[in-house]
Design a binder for this molecule. Sequence first.
Ligand code: ZN
Length: 424
Amino acid sequence: MSAGPDILRLMTDLFPICRSITGAGARETLGILKRHIPLEVHEVPSGTRVFDWTVPKEWNIRDAYVRDSRGEKVIDFRRSNLHVVSYSVPVRKKMPLAELRSHLHTLPDRPDWIPYRTSYYREDWGFCLSHKDLLSLEDGDYEVVIDSTLEDGSLTYGELVLGGRTKDEILISAHACHPSLANDNLSGVGLATILAKSLAGAPRAFSYRFLFIPGTIGAITWLALNEEKARNIKAGLVLTGLGDPGLLTYKRSRRGNAAVDRAAAHVLGHASPAGRVLDFSPYGYDERQFCSPGFDLPVGRISRTPFGEYPEYHTSGDNMDFVSAASLAGSFAAILEILDILEQDGTYVNLNPKCEPQLGRRGLYASPGAEEMALLWVLNLSDGGHSLLDIAEKSGLGFESIKRAADRLAGAKLLAGQAPERSS
Ligand code: ZN
């Protein structure tokens, strides 16, 4: 499985780009993704009303720096795009340190890291720098330049639909609006891209919709423009923070017990080490919008360490050294397993329900162990009222072994399959 290195390579290509919720960085990012998957790129004009929100002006930046009285650049956007507060309005001004200081953001607790800050919905400007660098600034006048534009333009997002046997959809969504930050959320963007690539070549019961959107406003915009399509979403995952060394964490949808919630809890419960499952809360990433009460979509969130629980979050510490191919590969495998359960879960009926059938006669006798237990559980609970995932949960066995047992029993004509209930 080369998914880990593939995702890491893609993230490395995307890392240097200065992304924001709109602008050239978003387009450049989607342009790179298009080399891997046939993404459709949408442009939604500034000023478009999307529910209670408005698509903002488009932000672009060419350069930014702060120069001291000796002419030396003490803060330079070209060294790190985190140095400029995202959505900073243009500035070209001389000012004393005391005035400049109110526009500087640092992390005193982590004096070597540059914080990541935004000013999307309030016209402002600012610079972010390491606390160590702030302490080295001397009194005097500074030349402050932010060569940016904030003008009518559009919000850009990428979308890919892979058709399946039914119109029922699985949504995979990743926010793609952060500048040079690796785990949050190039890991999600990279993983979703490689996932789309691998699903494209596989037979699918569900259709899959991939969204690469700016956080919050992107999800709101998509939902506002696609209310009808949203009804086809039968399961979904918001992908974020999948490359750090922490345990896998799944956050349930607002419904709490949707198929995707159960599938994810099953996979994380059987992972080693086991992952964490959190209940829904109305905070976090775009699950907030997908799970708003007017939509209440069965969309959960999968990550490793949740945001805010690792110090590197939203700082220059979240760089390519913080993520690994091994973590990404593990996340990728877990997500594939969750999707596999959604694809394969179904309800069967035991055709020989009066006492146990003789397995040995049918070549099904296995040495006592998990394999035999799986056969017995499937036979016993396949009464038309328990799905394979129900049986996996009751038995404590992995879905995969339950599914394998069902296939063997169906092959021996001891089980009749019922197609999974899906609207077509
Ligand atoms: Zn973030």
